[in-house]
Design a binder for this molecule. Structure first.
Ligand code: KIV
Length: 288
């Protein structure tokens, strides 16, 4: 059954944890959907894990539409949320509504996600007013990496934690249907979760949220180098891929691949006839 805004709300009410994973392409989205994940986030993290940028800031609307459309083509039941990239909603409310609309019309998303609290409430209200569900995003919001001076845990002081609670209440009031809480102390996330009627989805925000989200490259072991403390690795796909690729190179070089079972056959007489014809042609050429 298709997951919707109502499903997420019901899950919060019944205590059924919401599962969310990022995906950026058709094949991965299809596998996740088959496994029964509730929601798929086409995150602007694609800038880092798919396009190799240092952070999410260079990601464009065209990037997001391209990847969102690929994901939605592979999904039947998951609720697909598409990130609004940096500067696609901050400059004006009009921009925000137009770009949210593009992610729905051209990407086929079921909702959009944008980062920020009180400062983006006007945008949230206007997008919701245009019948587009909005997921908010608070805490360690990656588009503010320069303002934060790095990817640092947020909401550690009383004042900062209070600001997070206030922001969460404001984005709910503005009409957000859910909120991602990223990189904040577990107890602060738990408090926010208890004060909101909309679901909270945590990443590096402890187990007290109504759901969890992870970047799939991190949780399947495809990320190289540093992974944050909050990541749990559920599989070692990177190692499996490396082994498969090494085996392919070695078997191709040795001639073990392709074997008979990977090869198409034809009637021997056809090949003999062709060989004879071409041999004759060659002899004619040589005689000239
Ligand atoms: O872009 C993304 O993948 C995200 C998640 C980290 C929540 O925003």
């Amino acid at each position: 059954m298709k997951n919707t805004v109502s499903t997420l709300l019901q899950q919060k009410q019944s205590g059924d944890k919401i599962t969310m994973l990022t995906a950026y392409d058709y094949t991965t989205a299809r596998i996740m959907d088959e496994c029964g994940v509730n929601t798929i986030l086409v995150g602007d993290s694609l800038g880092m894990v798919m396009l190799g940028y240092e952070n999410t800031l260079p990601v464009t609307m065209e990037d997001m539409i391209h990847h969102t459309a690929a994901v939605t083509r592979g999904v039947e039941n998951a609720f697909v949320v598409a990130d609004m990239p940096f500067m696609s909603y901050q400059v004006s409310v009009e921009d925000a509504v137009r770009n949210a609309g593009r992610l729905m019309k051209e990407g086929g998303a079921n909702a959009v996600k944008l980062e920020g609290g009180a400062e983006v409430c006007e945008q949230i209200a206007a997008i919701v007013n245009a019948s587009v569900p909005v997921v908010a995003h608070l805490g360690l919001t990656p588009q503010s990496v320069n303002a934060f001076g790095g990817f640092k845990v947020q909401g550690k002081s009383y004042e900062k934690a209070k600001k997070l609670v206030e922001d969460a209440l404001k984005i709910q009031e503005a009409g957000a249907c859910a909120v991602v809480l990223e990189g904040i102390p577990a107890k602060v996330a738990e408090l926010i979760t208890s004060k909101l009627f909309i679901p909270t989805i945590g990443i590096g925000a402890g187990s007290g949220c109504d759901g969890q989200v992870l970047v799939y490259q991190d949780m399947l072991g495809l990320t190289t180098g540093h992974t944050p403390k909050f990541v749990k690795q559920y599989a070692a796909l990177g190692e499996i891929m490396r082994q498969g690729i090494r085996d392919y190179i070695s078997e191709t070089k040795s001639g073990a691949f392709p074997a008979a079972e990977h090869t198409y056959t034809t009637d021997e007489s056809i090949v003999s006839r062709l060989t004879e014809e071409y041999d004759q042609n060659e002899n004619c050429h040589n005689d000239r």
